[in-house]
Design a protein around this ligand. Structure first.
Ligand SMILES: [Zn+2]
Length: 81
């Protein structure tokens, strides 16, 4: 039993590469990296892409927050409509 995120499903959760922001093609091979953003997260990237640089790690963390905010905004919009 674990209570933290697992690498499996990272690509499905994100749907886009944490490094370049490009969409994943369904069934495409993806690589998973560990990102430390206060907690341990697993982020999916295209093969050969990496979030491993201070600037990129910050961008990847920001992108994850954008996913969450976009999802929250969608929920708000659907409720308001
Ligand atoms: Zn990429």
């Amino acid at each position: 039993m674990t209570d933290h995120e697992t690498p499996r499903g990272a690509a499905e959760r994100q749907r886009t590469c944490a490094a370049c922001g490009g969409a994943f093609v369904p069934g495409e091979h993806t690589e998973v990296e560990v990102l430390l953003d206060g907690i341990v997260r697993y982020v999916a990237v295209h093969p050969g892409h990496s979030t491993y640089s201070p600037a990129r790690e910050g961008a990847a963390a920001a992108r994850l927050r954008e996913f969450a905010q976009a999802r929250a905004a969608e929920e708000r919009d659907s409720r308001a409509a």
